[in-house]
Structure formats: C-alpha cells, structure tokens
Design a binder for this molecule. Sequence first.
Ligand SMILES: Cc1cc2nc3c(=O)[nH]c(=O)nc-3n(C[C@H](O)[C@H](O)[C@H](O)COP(=O)(O)O)c2cc1C
Length: 214
Amino acid sequence: MATLLHLDSALYPEGSASRDVTAAFRREWESQHPDGTVIYRDLAAEPLPHLDLRGAIAGFSDPAVHTPEQAAAYALRDQLATELEQADALLIGAPMYNLTISSTLKAWLEQALIMGRTGGDNPSAAGTPAVVVASRGGSYAPGTPRDGLDFVVPYLEKVLTVGMGLEVEFIVPELTLAHADPAMAHLVDLAEASRTKALEDSVAKAKALAARFA
Ligand SMILES: Cc1cc2nc3c(=O)[nH]c(=O)nc-3n(C[C@H](O)[C@H](O)[C@H](O)COP(=O)(O)O)c2cc1C
C-alpha cells in the first residue's frame, strides 16, 4: 500500500495557495490509493522544535552511547526520518517568507536530515519523488524585477536532491498578493492563471506519481 508524506507549512490555514495545491494533489493521490497511508504534518499549526545541541550531537553519535537527554532529542529525529523512509512520495507546501522557506519547514529539514542516514553518501530515502509547492506573493520568474531573489526553489532543490537524494519537482503558484495589494491589481489575471496552472499541474503530478506505486 502506498504511503504519502504530506507537509504543509503555510501560516494561514485558509486562503493559502500552497495548502490548496497540496490538498488537490492529496485528493488525487488518495482517489488512486484509498487504502493507502497519508502521514500528515502541519508544521505551522504544530511546529517542531528547533534542532538543539543535544539533538545535533545525537545525530552524529551511536545511539548506544546517548545520554538520556540526547536519546530524548534523537527520538523525534528518528521518528521524522522514519516517516520519510516509509514514504513512497513526499509532498511539501513551501510558502515564501522573506525570500526563503518558513522557519517551520527549516526546522523539519534540520531534524529529519540525519547525516549517515537520511543525508550523506547513501541517503536512506534516495530516489523518493518529492513535489514542492512553492507559493509566493510576487513573481521571481526570469526577466522580472525580482529575478534572482528566490531563495526557496534553489535552496530546496539543492538540499532535497544533493542533501537527501530525493527526486524533486516544483509547482510555483505566484503573484498570490495581487488580489490584496492595490499596487498589483494589474497582475490579477496573471495570478489567476498561475493558480489555475498550479492546481492542474498538481493533479497531473499526483496522477502520474500515484500510478507509479499502484
Ligand atoms: C511573513 C511573511 C513574509 C513574506 N515574504 C514574502 C517575500 O519575501 N516575497 C514574496 O513574494 N511574498 C512574501 N510573502 C507573501 C507570501 O509568500 C504569500 O502570501 C504566499 O501566498 C503565502 O503562501 P500561501 O498562499 O501558501 O499561504 C510573505 C508573507 C508573509 C506572511
């Protein structure tokens, strides 16, 4: 039975482009795998703790020699790594905040990426497909004034592929602030087109990926 690991990290529970697009993916996935498992984490509603010194040291040492504090910190890392290892596919909602990813998603990465296990030369989840929904209020597309200022897609592409060995694809709903910001009123049509395309791409990717694990 297929397992999907679904992470959302948008601050707003409603009116969130990344949540809407990950939900569309998940609906399609679940329609093909009604008896499958979806492991869901809402990293904004229930943030993970930052990786602390005990957890960091524990990640680099043999569990047999962990102190009780290190063992407690490592238990969470182990659980998150296990969830990733169990997943046939990973789905991530990654809104842009201050040009980069949410701190809650960064906390998941730091906890779940354990060198010598989920990270390093032979990562345990290597080859797992990952779909990232990278929503943003503006546009950072080539030729736009903000071209080169996107530190979401380039960062996640590197950390998820080079760092964790995943196969990553992106869906980018952009210009989401066009409806709310009068200065962006002329971009509303482009924003709508981007949202429509993101939802369509999400369903198409879910259909294709779900079929791989039939
Ligand atoms: C704290 C914060 C910082 C933001 N920083 C940026 C930014 O640097 N660039 C941008 O294009 N949009 C920025 N936005 C707008 C969000 O990217 C936009 O609302 C996006 O749609 C949020 O994702 P969601 O729709 O999936 O919830 C920011 C929003 C918040 C709340």
